[in-house]
Design a protein around this ligand. Structure first.
Ligand SMILES: [Zn+2]
Length: 144
């Protein structure tokens, strides 16, 4: 059993991993985040559908709408945890310890996926061989 607690706060997918110069590995996320704290829990024109947002305890307590226009290719964003109105940045997935844990555990996670797929196939095979509609329904719910 893998303890997934240590992955909490990892950079959201998608990631792109490529080889850099001198055997470095570059990990980039196309997920946008706060330009200050890197949190992906931000508001942009896109994810608010252009509607007004309001944070009564913010330095900007009045309702406001984020800009529909990009500035130098970046969306305007509001980060509630920083109480910051700025332009979003792509999240740097090399600065987050939870991301390192995920990267380091990739072989264990792959092994777990293979184990679970084999288990799913076994359960699916049992369901195929059973005539009992009740058991079939129960197992079907389990594997879906
Ligand atoms: Zn922030």
């Amino acid at each position: 059993m893998i303890n997934t607690y240590k992955y909490e706060g990892h950079t959201p997918a998608p990631w792109s991993v490529r080889r850099g110069q001198r055997n470095t590995v570059l990990i980039e996320s196309t997920t946008l985040g706060c330009s200050d704290c890197g949190s992906a829990d931000i508001y942009t024109y896109e994810n608010t559908n252009g509607e007004e947002i309001q944070f009564p305890h913010s330095v900007e307590p009045a309702p406001f709408t984020l800009s529909p226009d990009k500035y130098h290719g970046k969306w305007q964003m509001y980060c509630p945890s920083c109480d910051l109105l700025d332009y979003a940045e792509s999240i740097d997935a090399t600065q987050n310890d939870a991301d390192f844990e995920l990267i380091a555990d990739a072989p264990k996670l792959l092994a777990e996926v293979k184990r679970l797929l084999a288990w799913k196939k076994l359960v699916s095979d049992i369901v195929q061989q059973q005539d009992s509609p009740h058991l079939r329904e129960m197992l079907k719910e389990l594997i879906e």
